[in-house]
Write a protein that binds this ligand. Structure first.
Ligand code: NAD
Length: 486
C-alpha cells in the first residue's frame, strides 16, 4: 500500500476489482477519535472517479459472469462472503473501532451478527420471482418478472459503516444488481476491507466498487450520474432531502434512512429498573451516535423521580475511555465536529432553561480524544431545540407526562419518526401505543432490537422506504408485466 509524505498508509478507490488512485491525486486524512490523530488517508474521489466506477458497475451488470449467474449461485456467493466476514471479524471490528471510536467489544458483537445479513439474503435470492396472473381473455397468458433495478449508488455515514453498507449490499446483490458505494469521507477503512473479501468470495470484478471522498464531490457526482438507477442513502435528513431532489429530478429511484429524535416512554406500571437501563442503553450506546438513539425520555409523573434517579445513577457510573479496552463503556465521539456540535447543543439547552442533572462537560485525563460525558437535562419542554433537533451525541432530555394521551402527543410532536420505546406491563396499552406512535419501529420493554429479518425505516422526516426483511426486495427490483397471446 502506498504511503503519503507523512508516511500514513494511503487507501485507493476500489473499481472493477482493482485499486485505483484518485484522478485528482488528492487524499483525505482519517482520524482516530480516541487520539485525535490521523491514521490513514483515503482517496478524494471526484466526478471522473465516480464515472469510472459507474461504468465498471454497468459493465459488470451486463457481463454474463454476473448476469448469467443463477439466483442460487448468487446466494452461494453471499453465503461465502458471510463466512469470510466471520473469519475476519476481529480485524474488521478493530478497524472500524479505530476509525469511528466505537467500542471494540460492541463491534465484536456487531461482527458476530453481520454474516447473518448475508446469509438471510442468500436464502432469499432464489425465492424472488414473478407471478402468473389471471387475465380477462383466456387466449392471453400474463406473468410478471421481478428484475434487478441495475446499478445502485449506495451512500453511507460514519457511525456504522460496515453494518449500514451491508444492509444495502446484501439485498442489492441477492437480486442481481451491481453497486457503487461512497462511504463517509471520515470512515472508509472497514468498508475497503469488506470489499476485498467480496473479491475473495468470488464476486466478479466491478459488481461492487468503492469510491471514497467528500459528499459534495464524490457523493453528489454519484447521485447526479445518469448511469445510477437507484440511490440508497443513509445519513442526515438534510443531505437526504438534497439527494432526493437530485435523484427525483432525473426520476432515479431513491431510498432514504435518515435522522431521528426517538422517544422512550415509561408508564407507572413498568418495571422501573429495566426501563431505566433501557433508557441508558438507548441514548448512551455509541455515545449517542446512532440513528435510533432514544434521546427524549418521557416518564409518567408517578415514577418520574424514581426512574430519573435510576437513569442518572447508572449513567454517572458509565466508564469512559479507550474504545479498544474491554472495560470501557463509553468511547469518544467519532469526529471533532461532532464534539463541537454536542458542546453547542448543551450550551443551547442551558440557555433555553434546561436543568443539567449529569455531565454537560468533557472528561479530564483522556488525552486529546473527542470525549464527552453522558449528559442529562431535566425540566425540559418538548418544544425546546434540544428536544426537537438531532444532536447525535450522549445527551438525554427528560420530561414528565400525566396520561397515555399526553404521552402519545409528546412522542409524536417531532418532525422525525424513526423509532420509539414503550415501557409498560399492560399488554392492551402496549398495543394501543404501538398503533398510535408515528414511527417506523416501536419497541415495547426493550430498545434497539434489530435483525435482517425485520423491516427498518423511518416515517416523516426520518426516511423513505425500508431496509431489511422481505420488503426490501421491492426496493432493489422492478416488475415487468409480460403478455403472451397463445
Ligand atoms: P451526512 O448526511 O452528513 O453524510 C452521509 C453521507 O452522505 C456521507 O457519505 C457524506 O459524504 C454523503 N454526502 C454528504 N453530502 C452529500 C451530497 N450533497 N450528495 C451526496 N452525498 C453527500 O450524515 P453523517 O453525519 O455521515 O451521519 C449521521 C446522520 O446519519 C445522522 O443524521 C443519523 O441519524 C443518520 N443515520 C441514519 C440511520 C438510519 O438507518 N435511519 C442510520 C445511521 C445514521
Amino acid at each position: 500500500m502506498p504511503t503519503s509524505a507523512t508516511t500514513l498508509p494511503r487507501h485507493q478507490h476500489h473499481i472493477g476489482g482493482e485499486q485505483v488512485a484518485p484522478e485528482s491525486g488528492e487524499y483525505i486524512p482519517s482520524f482516530n477519535p480516541a487520539t485525535g490523530r490521523p491514521w490513514y488517508e483515503a482517496a478524494a474521489g471526484n466526478a471522473a472517479d465516480v464515472d469510472r466506477a459507474v461504468r465498471a458497475a454497468r459493465t459488470a451488470f451486463e457481463d454474463p459472469r454476473w448476469r448469467g449467474l443463477t439466483a442460487t449461485r448468487r446466494g452461494r456467493l453471499l453465503r461465502r462472503l458471510g463466512d469470510l466476514i466471520g473469519e475476519h471479524a476481529e480485524d474488521l471490528a478493530r478497524c472500524e473501532s479505530l476509525d469511528n471510536g466505537k467500542l471494540l467489544r460492541e463491534m465484536r458483537g456487531q461482527l458476530a451478527v453481520l454474516p447473518e445479513y448475508f446469509y438471510y439474503f442468500a436464502g432469499i435470492a432464489d425465492k424472488v420471482g414473478g407471478e402468473v396472473l389471471h387475465t380477462m381473455d383466456p387466449a392471453i397468458f400474463n406473468y410478471t418478472r421481478r428484475e434487478p433495478v441495475g446499478v445502485v449508488g449506495a451512500i453511507t455515514p460514519w457511525n456504522s459503516p460496515l453494518l449500514l453498507t451491508s444492509m444495502k449490499l446484501a439485498p442489492a446483490l441477492a437480486t442481481g444488481n451491481t453497486v457503487v458505494v461512497k462511504p463517509s469521507e471520515h470512515t472508509s477503512a472497514s468498508l475497503l476491507r469488506l470489499v476485498a473479501l467480496l473479491d475473495e468470495a468470488g464476486f466478479p470484478p466491478g459488481v461492487v466498487n468503492v469510491v471514497t471522498g467528500h459528499g459534495r464531490a464524490a457523493g453528489a457526482a454519484l447521485v447526479e450520474h445518469p448511469g445510477i438507477d437507484k440511490v440508497a442513502f443513509t445519513g442526515s435528513t438534510e443531505t437526504g432531502r438534497a439527494i432526493a431532489g437530485t435523484a427525483g429530478s432525473r426520476l432515479a429511484r431513491v431510498s432514504l434512512e435518515l435522522g431521528g429524535k426517538s422517544p422512550n416512554i415509561v408508564f407507572s406500571d413498568a418495571d422501573a429498573r429495566s426501563a431505566a437501563m433501557g433508557i441508558v442503553a438507548g441514548i448512551f450506546a455509541a455515545a449517542g451516535q446512532t440513528c435510533v438513539a432514544g434521546s427524549r425520555a418521557f416518564l409518567h409523573e408517578d415514577v418520574h423521580d424514581e426512574v430519573l434517579s435510576l437513569v442518572t445513577e447508572r449513567a454517572a457510573a458509565i466508564r469512559l475511555g479507550d474504545p479498544l479496552d474491554d472495560a470501557t463503556e463509553l468511547g469518544p465521539l467519532a469526529l471533532r465536529e461532532q464534539l463541537e456540535k454536542v458542546r453547542h447543543y448543551v450550551g443551547l439547552g442551558l440557555q433555553e432553561g434546561g436543568k443539567v442533572v449529569l455531565g454537560a462537560a468533557e472528561p479530564e485525563g483522556l488525552g486529546d480524544g473527542w470525549y464527552y460525558q453522558p449528559t442529562i437535562f431535566t425540566e425540559t419542554d418538548n418544544t425546546m431545540r434540544i428536544c426537537q433537533e438531532e444532536i447525535f451525541g450522549p445527551v438525554l432530555t427528560v420530561m414528565r407526562f400525566r396520561d397515555e394521551e399526553e404521552a402519545v402527543a409528546l412522542a409524536n410532536a417531532t418532525s422525525y419518526g424513526l423509532a420509539a420505546g414503550v415501557w409498560t406491563r399492560d399488554l392492551a396499552r402496549a398495543h394501543r401505543m404501538a398503533a398510535a406512535i408515528d414511527a417506523g419501529t416501536v419497541w415495547v420493554n426493550t430498545y434497539r432490537a434489530m435483525s435482517p429479518l425485520s423491516p427498518l425505516g423511518g416515517f416523516k422526516q426520518s426516511g423513505l422506504g425500508k431496509e431489511n426483511g422481505p420488503e426490501v426486495i421491492h426496493e432493489y427490483t422492478r416488475v415487468k408485466s409480460v403478455w403472451i397471446n397463445t
